[in-house]
Design a protein around this ligand. Structure first.
Ligand SMILES: *Cc1c(COP(=O)(O)O)cnc(C)c1O
Length: 393
């Protein structure tokens, strides 16, 4: 299952940040060059047909569908995750017009909540975005809730919601569930169709290795979109974009959730990145990730008493990342990166490490733990250059 050879990773680097930006798959470089030089350069506008650029968003959507347990034709690609959150919520709220609560949790990624706030304000129908502690979500799913917008795996701590249980609870009280799979797609064995999830959204530059700025995706349960009139009714979601009709007629299914011209170069890169997954079973990836995560937790706890585990100890409650807390976590991560172990930092004190068995080995985990112990035991983070906070952490 390990396919480190499929990636271009610099020598001497242990890469524990695939939860934020996956590394470069070898096939992606070749594909990008082909798209740019041959298709764009030689074929010019003919490539929409000759290289089937026009069919690319759908083909890529179907490949992502397989990885999240969804049927072909139920996943649309494009735009960014923030926009897809907005679209999912805009599709969900009219399904429960009499309800005014958009429920989420306090651990959710800020952009998801900003998008919900903005949509509620624009709609002007009295919707309220209510956030509760992650542990309190289940009890807060009542018949007042129009939509529950949750990120499955917490970006800071890796804490994972029980998707089956919360989806079922929503169905029982008639609330619409929207799962954000930013830290799940490509890391966990998901079954959206089996659980009858209403909507799901995600990005592809994290565990799916689609590259910086790679397009997002949105899944919609077929019965929910059949009659849905998209709020962002772009021409690429029209049934016949090149008929150039004055009136909007939505395309079938999830395709109507596309908006404008697809990012062809980025989608081609993503298409090549998805080749890595051919023949891989997400259940095996998940097992390997749990094994490496447990090893990392044990090694770090044995060597670094000054760090405290921020992630759930129980693997069933944790996604594919391990986080530790330390008051000087930012500087510690910087010192670690300078020594070849790449993780990242989230305020106020979280050091995050993505565990991606596609290219991370047991030896990497042992080596990263030793280097981390060295940084902490010898206060190497105290070097003055780590004091200044960079724009991106
Ligand atoms: C990474 C991430 C995002 C990023 O949104 P973009 O629009 O792609 O920048 C949003 N939500 C969650 C939960 C994330 O983890």
């Amino acid at each position: 299952m390990l396919c480190r050879d499929a990636f271009e990773l610099p020598d001497g680097i242990v890469y524990l940040d695939g939860n934020s930006l996956g590394p470069l798959p070898k096939g992606a470089r070749e594909r990008a060059m082909k798209t740019i030089e041959h298709e764009w350069g030689q074929e010019l506008i003919r490539a929409w047909n000759s290289a089937d650029w026009i069919g690319l968003p759908t083909r890529v959507g179907d490949r992502i569908a397989r990885l999240i347990g969804a049927a072909p034709g139920t996943v649309a690609t494009g735009d960014t995750l923030s926009l897809k959150v907005y679209q999912a919520l805009a599709a969900a709220l009219p399904l429960r017009p009499e309800r005014k609560v958009i429920l989420s949790d306090t651990g959710n990624f800020p952009t998801d909540l900003y998008m919900a706030d903005g949509l509620a304000a624009l709609m002007g129908q009295g919707h309220r975005v209510v956030t509760v502690a992650p542990e309190a979500v289940e009890a807060a799913i009542t018949e007042d809730v129009a939509a529950l917008l949750l990120t499955h795996v917490d970006y800071r701590t890796g804490r994972m919601h029980d998707m089956a249980r919360l989806t079922e609870k929503c169905a029982a009280v008639g609330a619409i569930i929207i799962w954000d799979l930013a830290h799940s797609a490509g890391a966990l064995d998901l079954d959206l169709a089996g659980l009858e999830v209403d909507f799901a959204v995600g990005c592809t530059y994290k565990f799916l290795n689609g590259g910086p700025g790679a397009p997002a995706f949105i899944y919609a349960r077929p019965d929910h979109v059949a009659d849905h009139a998209p709020t962002l009714a772009g021409w690429m979601g029209h049934a016949a974009p090149f008929a150039m009709e004055r009136g909007y007629r939505p395309a079938d299914g999830a395709e109507r959730l596309r908006i404008g011209t697809p990012p062809v170069v980025q989608l081609s890169i993503l298409d090549a990145a998805l080749d890595v997954w051919d023949g891989l079973d997400l259940a095996d990836i998940r097992r390997a990730s749990l094994h490496l995560s447990e090893l990392f937790i044990a090694e770090v706890e044995a060597r670094c008493p000054m760090l405290s585990l921020a992630s759930p100890r129980d693997g069933h409650e944790r996604g594919s990342q391990v986080s530790f807390r330390h008051p000087e976590g930012y500087r510690a991560v910087r010192a670690l990166i300078d020594r070849g172990v790449i993780g990242d930092f989230r305020p106020p004190d979280i050091m995050r490490f993505g565990i991606t068995p596609l290219y991370v080995t047991e030896a990497d985990i042992l080596s990263a733990s030793k280097i981390l112990a060295d940084v902490m035991a010898h206060d190497l983070w105290r070097a003055p250059e780590y004091k200044r906070v960079a724009r991106v952490t």
